[in-house]
Design a protein around this ligand. Structure first.
Ligand code: TYD
Ligand code: MG
Length: 399
């Protein structure tokens, strides 16, 4: 049942006359989410018009059946012609209309093929007017590729009222629904779901789900605490450091983490942390297919890199919080108390945090304050520093 999480991300529920874009990579679960939303509206007695330009009525019907979402008052329409779609919406006057997807819709009065920038933009603008005139909420599905290249969501962001973005690794269960823009609520909120055999289910304790496969004792792994929307999340980050190939520039690959931010962290590690990175390929992965957007994960990610470089796991039960500045300083982050509570609640026994933070310390959690990256490195890897192995190993690949 995905309804509470969707309402939370929408900022309280479906607003009449709103145009909402649900973006995400193909296969992430957009149609599933919207069919389940349709089922909820139908269950409350509202009429839903579900327009699919991608699948036949039979295919949509089969999905609905699998989701247990079949309902008399969900009308299916396999249609791509915008005139016909608008006519159907005006005639049915549904409590909710879904257009799956905007890339398949064509306005016959316009040039260009389905999915072209002109078609996508102008179709959405027309649906926006219709939504407002008739006070009918319309949800649009928009596919985005990993590169975000195809016409679609990017050109629509300015037109629609709300942009929700669904993310997650298709091979795994977890899905995040993120509000990127919201005229009717917070643009920061997230909803967390798990994709199962019967569609999406709400995940009431995302940290537990994210940590279920955690391998905290392996070198290169760290657990960070980020705040997404209004909730703290414990997330496992992993790094792999390898000696780079011959004459090529080093490779830096980031999954779920901003690549520019990774470059910055590597420069800070190199210049301020005493960990030479010039000869190293670095690969970074955020578990669960999650994308980290908060700088509070900086310190944890940097330490996961150091940990892998030294083939030395971070201490068991350690959670790391802190932003890194260019001078190698560990900066304070907001809502530290909630982060520490989340760590404690999930059985963490130690937390590395920015010095000078005035957060209450939950009992059972040993708190280590650090002012700089170098301090954090020496707090965790002092053995290496004492023996000189730290400096020696740093020049070559040890993993
Ligand atoms: P879908 O909603 O069709 O993705 P999108 O509309 O974003 O392209 O869902 C895609 C994947 O979800 C598909 O690979 C199958 C999987 N899935 C489930 O695991 N369980 C389900 O109940 C459903 C309907 C889909
Ligand atoms: Mg789909």
């Amino acid at each position: 049942m995905a309804w509470g999480e969707l309402n939370r991300v929408l900022g309280g529920g479906i607003v009449p006359g709103s145009l909402v874009l649900v973006g995400g990579e193909p296969g992430v679960g957009k149609s599933t989410l919207l069919m389940q939303a349709a089922s909820q509206v139908a269950g409350g007695g509202g009429q839903v018009l579900y327009v699919s330009g991608e699948e036949s009525n039979q295919q949509v019907h089969m999905r609905a059946d699998r989701l247990g979402a079949l309902a008399e008052n969900i009308l299916l329409l396999a249609e791509t012609d915008l005139d016909a779609i608008c006519e159907a919406i005006t005639a049915v006057r549904p409590a909710l209309a879904v257009i799956d997807s905007i890339q398949t819709v064509t306005d016959p009065g316009l040039s260009g093929t389905a999915g072209s920038v002109t078609q996508v933009r102008e179709s959405a603008a027309r649906l926006m007017r219709l939504a407002k005139e008739e006070a009918i909420p319309i949800f649009l599905v928009g596919h985005v590729t990993k590169e975000g290249a195809i016409a679609g969501p990017r050109v629509l962001e300015h037109i629609v009222d709300t942009v929700l973005f669904m993310e997650g690794d298709r091979r795994q269960e977890l899905r995040l629904l993120r509000a990127m823009k919201n005229r009717f609520g917070s643009a920061e909120e997230i909803g967390v779901f798990a994709m199962g055999e019967h569609g999406l289910e709400e995940v009431p304790d995302p940290s537990a789900a994210l940590l279920s496969n955690a391998t905290t004792s392996s070198p290169g792994t760290a657990v960070v605490v980020v705040i997404e929307g209004t909730r703290p999340l414990l997330i496992e980050v992993q790094s792999l450091v390898n000696k780079k190939e011959g004459g090529y520039p080093p490779r830096r690959v980031a999954n779920g983490f901003d690549l520019n931010r990774l470059h910055m962290l590597l420069a800070v590690l190199d210049r301020r942390g005493g960990v030479p990175m010039g000869e190293a390929d670095v690969f970074v992965n955020v578990a669960g297919g999650i994308r980290i957007t908060e700088p509070a994960a900086d310190l944890g990610l940097a330490l996961s890199i150091v940990s892998n470089r030294h083939s030395e796991p971070l201490p068991d039960g350690l959670a790391v919080v802190g932003e890194l500045g260019l001078a190698g300083e560990v900066r304070r982050v907001g809502q530290l108390e909630r982060r520490l509570n989340e760590a404690a609640r999930h059985g963490f026994t130690r937390a590395l945090i920015p010095a000078g933070s005035r957060a209450a310390r939950p009992s059972g959690l040993e708190v280590i304050e650090v002012r700089t990256l170098a301090e954090a490195v020496s707090a965790l890897f002092s053995k290496h520093i004492r023996s000189g192995a730290f400096i020696k190993e740093a020049g070559v690949s040890v993993s």
